[in-house]
Design a protein around this ligand. Structure first.
Ligand code: PLP
Length: 320
């Protein structure tokens, strides 16, 4: 029996001479890997790296908007905190990592970029099962800016479904260590797609709302904002919303957010470095309040982007 017949619809294996990687399948950008700056298509790691085999890695993502990093210091704090908790070491200090990120963006030429710094456990030359024998591997890259919500979704609000999948509990993985444990989130996304929604929120271990694939969530009720307190990544955009609320005099708290509270809110929005503050106007097929983007959400969205010109929070990329 031929291989493809046994496997049903599997396509025939390519001849060895056909092995190549299409460089056009990579986003335009620059990576830093093993001491070199490379086009994204050439930035590759071993399949034996624990980051790949065991999701044993931490990372952080900062964005560049109009040629400036936004709140880079906070992202570096979170990244170095994760490294310490995972007992990983890299051969660069904060200034070194910052310089590498500046160089990746400058070499890419992007004025709006999604910039990631990451460290994997690495691999051990003997394929040892002892993580202490792995050589940790630092990498970074800058690719074009991307957003959770596209232009149309930003205009009319995202349509979200609440999945019954439970976010990995903080007793298992400290969510302050930004990580790639995303199977719960990805399964939640498929639940959402099956129900005709555009993205998902999943639950914490008590059945309250937790977060979504790459974002935190806020709701507004009677002028007061709340966002889930436990079992979520302490997002930098979430933190920025608290800072903006303090400046504007809006009451904001981290607390349990039940599914009923979210669905009964006056306004709902999500927050992420990938897109900033993004409105949600439909949950499980039902409009949030009148189904329009709320006044507080709109105000915070405007302030958020204005702050990208404020030298207190924005640091210009050192382009050549
Ligand atoms: N929650 C998760 C699981 C994330 O992966 C992210 C960002 O990638 C966020 C929340 C939002 O965090 P930040 O605002 O720092 O981008």
């Amino acid at each position: 029996m031929s291989r493809s017949a046994a496997a049903g619809s599997i396509v025939p294996l390519p001849a060895l001479s056909d092995r190549h990687i299409d460089p056009h399948s990579y986003p335009d950008g620059i990576a830093f890997l093993d001491g070199q700056y490379l086009p994204m298509s050439q930035a590759k790691i071993s399949v034996l790296d624990w980051g790949f085999l065991h999701s044993d890695a931490t990372y952080d993502t900062v964005h560049v908007w109009n040629g400036s990093f936004f709140r880079l210091d906070l992202h570096l704090d979170r990244f170095f905190g994760g490294l310490e908790k995972l007992r990983m070491t890299i051969p660069f200090d904060r200034d070194g990592v910052s310089e590498i990120l500046h160089n990746c963006v400058a070499l890419s030429g992007h004025r709006a970029a999604y910039v990631e710094m990451l460290c994997t456990r690495g691999a051990s030359p003997t394929f040892s099962r002892d993580p202490r024998q792995a050589v940790n591997r630092f990498m970074a890259f800058a690719v074009p800016f991307g957003s959770v919500a596209n232009a149309e979704q930003l205009r009319r609000g995202l349509h979200v479904a609440i999945s019954d999948k439970v976010r990995i509990p903080p007793a298992s993985i400290d969510p302050a260590i930004k990580n790639y444990h995303w199977l719960d989130l990805v399964r939640g996304l498929y639940d959402a797609y099956d129900r005709g929604a555009e993205t998902a929120l999943i639950l914490d271990f008590n059945g309250n709302v937790a977060e979504g694939p790459g974002f935190n969530v806020f709701c507004v009720k009677d002028g007061r904002l709340s966002t889930p307190a436990i079992g979520v990544l302490p997002g930098i955009t979430r933190r920025t919303v608290f800072d903006l609320c303090a400046e504007e005099g809006f009451a904001a708290a981290a607390a349990d957010v039940s599914v009923a509270a979210l669905k009964g809110a006056d306004e709902v929005f999500i927050t992420s470095t990938a897109g900033g503050i993004m409105p949600v106007t439909v949950i499980d097929g039902v409009p949030v309040a009148d189904g329009k983007i709320g006044a507080i959400t709109s105000r915070l969205m405007a302030l958020y982007w204005q702050k990208h010109d404020d030298p207190a929070w924005a640091s210009p990329v050192r382009y050549p």
